[in-house]
Design a protein around this ligand. Structure first.
Ligand code: HSE
Length: 437
């Protein structure tokens, strides 16, 4: 057998400690499967004394990741510090500069600097592996980059943030409100250090930007992702959606549009309504899932735990095993020189059905005003729901539209905002259908 692969773990939080534990617990099967044993020889973390439930005797400590990456006697640096800049970025750059392999779970770093880091890895002839950065334990990077490599991918649709999926699922099943369930998700350790990244859709956007690059061979452009979070979703919307036969999910969607329709890349993260038969409708709780649609393979679905020590460590160690076995793939599927910068498609060009909820004063003529605003912008209604009759008291009017272009609906809603009967800004969500579901 080859000599052991020496690993340095930069960051000993939940994921770093979980990675150490997995390497130890399954050391035999790991070395048998990749033909090489592994040894964690260096770690870095700010608190040395903390009890992490792992035995770090004989392991060299460094004060921070960048120091570890610059000085440690290792073959691979595992970066699990997190964040697009600062210590995480310095650590990865220092490691790549020394031509060390890097394994990272850091989606923010890759979404912002992925292409330049991939170039460094390419120039050094080393791996920059990141299975753990997207959907935790779900092997979606490898599936897209290797197993589906012969396909032209048409579309990717995913539940990419476990915290949001947990919040939306729990709100639906318990009727509890958003803030209350968010606190629970934080206590369970699902949320990012800054939970606004989860609930505002930023974490899912980072993951989608990476998936887009791998699926379509494009340069990563986080600024091209249209992002909306779940802060404004109420149990009211969840219940109305249910009445119309839909579930609300925070989805990430990426699609390459054909040239005949103007071309470009769609990248969007937003809460939307899906039918129960959609492959992502039954994905509940902290689970993540991705549907990939390829021209030859058709639709394939990948589901699993998207957060937590075990699933994330599982993805990290599988990347380390590839390095140990000498398996190497271009970082984003093709050499960086082949990645294309395609124009992004603005959300106003989206065509689909919509859910609209309007809180209005219940008085004669209001409904006619709503109908004429929709008529004037050529938006056709499919279903309308209004309950109760309480003159001059507020009432919700919920509308499902037929297929329309988003810019038309936005203009109709703008007209309505000028109407004194509207009590608050309209609530609008897209309805996402998937072929065959
Ligand atoms: N905060 C992330 C989530 C964890 O909720 O999915 C892993 O990225």
């Amino acid at each position: 057998m080859n000599k052991p692969l020496k690993i340095g773990i930069a960051g000993l939080g939940t994921v770093g400690a979980g990675t150490f534990k997995l390497l130890q617990t399954n050391s035999r099967v790991i070395s048998e499967r990749c033909g090489r044993s592994m040894e964690v020889t260096a770690v870095s973390a700010s608190q040395r004394k903390k009890n992490r439930g792992i035995d770090l005797d004989g392991v060299t400590w460094f004060n921070d990741g960048a120091e570890l990456a610059a000085q440690a006697d290792v073959d691979v640096v595992v970066e699990v510090i997190g964040g697009a800049e600062g210590s995480a970025r310095k650590t990865v750059e220092a490691a790549l500069k020394r031509k060390l392999h890097v394994v990272t779970a850091n989606k923010a770093l890759l979404a912002n600097h992925g292409v330049s880091l991939a170039k460094m890895a390419e120039e050094g002839g080393v791996s920059l592996a990141y299975e753990a950065a997207v959907a935790g334990g779900v092997p979606i990077i490898k599936a897209l980059r290797e197993s589906l490599a012969s396909n032209s991918i048409n579309r990717i649709t995913g539940i990419l943030n476990g915290t949001c999926n947990y919040i939306l699922s729990t709100m639906r099943t318990t009727g509890r409100d958003f803030e209350d369930v968010l606190k629970e998700a934080q206590a369970l350790g699902y949320a990012e250090a800054d939970p606004t990244f989860d609930v505002d859709g930023v974490d899912a956007a980072h993951k989608l930007a990476i998936l887009t690059s791998v699926a379509f061979g494009t340069t990563i452009d986080i600024n091209a992702v249209h992002v909306e979070g779940i802060r404004n979703i109420s149990t009211l919307d969840i219940n109305y959606a249910d009445e119309f036969g839909y579930r609300i999910k925070l989805l990430g969607l990426a699609e390459r549009l054909p040239e005949r329709t103007g071309g470009g890349i769609v990248q969007r993260v937003y809460p939307c309504l899906i039918r129960p038969e959609h492959p992502l409708a039954s994905v509940e709780g902290v689970f993540n899932a991705v549907v990939a649609e390829g021209d030859f393979v058709g639709k394939s679905v990948y589901e699993g735990r998207g957060a937590g020590a075990g699933p994330t460590a599982s993805a990290i160690v599988s990347d380390i095993m590839d390095i140990a076995a000498g398996r190497h793939a271009p970082v984003f599927g093709v050499p960086t020189g082949f990645l294309k910068a395609l124009p992004s498609v603005p959300v106003e060009r989206h065509v689909g059905e919509y859910y609209v909820r309007l809180l209005v004063v219940d008085r004669p003529g209001v409904f006619a005003d709503i109908a004429s605003a929709f008529r004037d912008e050529d938006v056709s209604m499919e279903s309308v729901l209004q309950r109760g009759r309480n003159v001059n008291v507020n009432v919700n009017v919920v509308i499902i539209t037929h297929e329309t272009q988003e810019s038309n609906l936005v203009r109709a809603l703008k007209r309505l905002q000028a109407n004194a009967a509207l009590v608050e800004p309209p609530h609008m969500m897209r309805i996402e259908n998937i072929e065959g579901a």
